[in-house]
Design a protein around this ligand. Structure first.
Ligand code: ZN
Length: 135
């Protein structure tokens, strides 16, 4: 998931779009009994500024599947999340850092996946948990 900033600068392609398929590390899903199902689709656009900072808008699309947090039945949720980030060549506390040559989107993408994850997933809307009554 790299953007070759120096090369793009040389080609005067200061803005553009990208698309990657990303295989997320298994520990990136924090919901118990669930996992990220398949790859994460990452797409977005970049804008290289005069000071070599790179403004990036990225969207992650992925599916979480596993067991309902309330009743343990099979559950699945599609998630789409867009974030705006800035990569800079001088380290600071607010932005992502890169060396001015090429930029790796992995930290921003991992963060977007973590931020966009729900705390729980349910098998259906309004699931109230395991039915313990005998019907
Ligand atoms: Zn349920």
């Amino acid at each position: 998931m790299e953007i070759e900033v120096r090369k793009l600068n040389a080609l005067k392609k200061y803005e553009g779009e990208f698309h990657f398929d990303y295989e997320p590390p298994t520990d990136l899903c924090l919901i118990p009994l669930c996992k990220i199902d398949g790859n994460v689709s990452v797409s977005g656009s970049y804008l290289i500024c005069e000071d070599d900072s790179v403004d990036i808008e990225l969207t992650v699309n992925y599916v979480i599947s596993g067991q309902c947090s309330y009743c343990l039945n099979a559950a699945r949720k599609e998630i789409s999340f867009t974030s705006d980030v800035l990569y800079v060549t001088q380290k600071d506390d607010d932005n992502y850092f890169y060396d001015g040559i090429r930029l790796n989107l992995k930290s921003a993408v991992d963060d977007a996946i973590l931020i966009s994850q729900p705390d729980i997933i349910l098998c259906r809307e309004g699931c109230t948990g395991i039915d313990v009554t005998n019907k």
